[in-house]
Design a protein around this ligand. Structure first.
Ligand SMILES: CC(C)(COP(=O)(O)OP(=O)(O)OC[C@H]1O[C@@H](n2cnc3c(N)ncnc32)[C@H](O)[C@@H]1OP(=O)(O)O)[C@@H](O)C(=O)NCCC(=O)NCCS
Length: 142
């Protein structure tokens, strides 16, 4: 089935304004994550996924660190439940597989556990707080 959006992999240098606009809307304004935690200085070293609507608007994003840690997956509210997040995760997992990663990990917000279970991520350890929100570590063997 074709989607009304596309997902591509970009570097921070090319995607910064669009990636920032999504993360500001979702993490900083919607979820109340402090800006100094959101902009952690790691973006330059990450591979980023960017979802664009067919109109060219930025609607979702995610990133993977060189150590295989996937994070900052965000979809604008009006685009949720349309598989944009799934396509972002699939693009990052495809990148990880193509680069011979054996395992990837996430710090999942607990409300989003079913999202990560849909890719077969498995919980590791106990729930912890980060940026005021409950999280749990999850791993996926590739
Ligand atoms: C989590 C998030 C990225 C999911 O994106 P999405 O595009 O809506 O997800 P998808 O449409 O691809 O959903 C795939 C599956 O994940 C699960 N899922 C998605 N959103 C969910 C939610 N809010 N609660 C529970 N399960 C959810 C469902 O199983 C869903 O399948 P279904 O639609 O057949 O029920 C999105 O809700 C978001 O941006 N949230 C705010 C930012 C955030 O919390 N990011 C995650 C940080 S860990």
């Amino acid at each position: 089935m074709s989607h009304p959006f596309t997902v591509s992999l970009v570097c921070w240098h090319d995607g910064e304004p669009l990636l920032k606009s999504i993360r500001e809307a979702v993490f900083i304004r919607e979820q109340g994550v402090p800006a100094e935690l959101e902009w952690d200085g790691l973006d330059e070293s990450c591979r980023h996924a960017l979802a664009l609507s067919h109109q060219g608007d930025a609607i979702g994003c995610g990133r993977m660190l060189a150590n295989g840690h996937i994070g900052r997956i965000a979809v604008l509210p009006q685009w949720r439940k349309k598989k944009v997040g799934t396509a972002i995760m699939e693009a990052l997992l495809e990148y990880a597989r193509a680069h011979d990663y054996k395992q990837v990990g996430v710090d999942a917000q607990t409300y989003a556990l079913p999202f990560y279970h849909s890719f077969d991520f498995v919980e590791r350890g106990k729930v912890f707080m980060d940026a005021g929100l409950p999280h749990i570590k999850m791993d996926l063997r590739l």
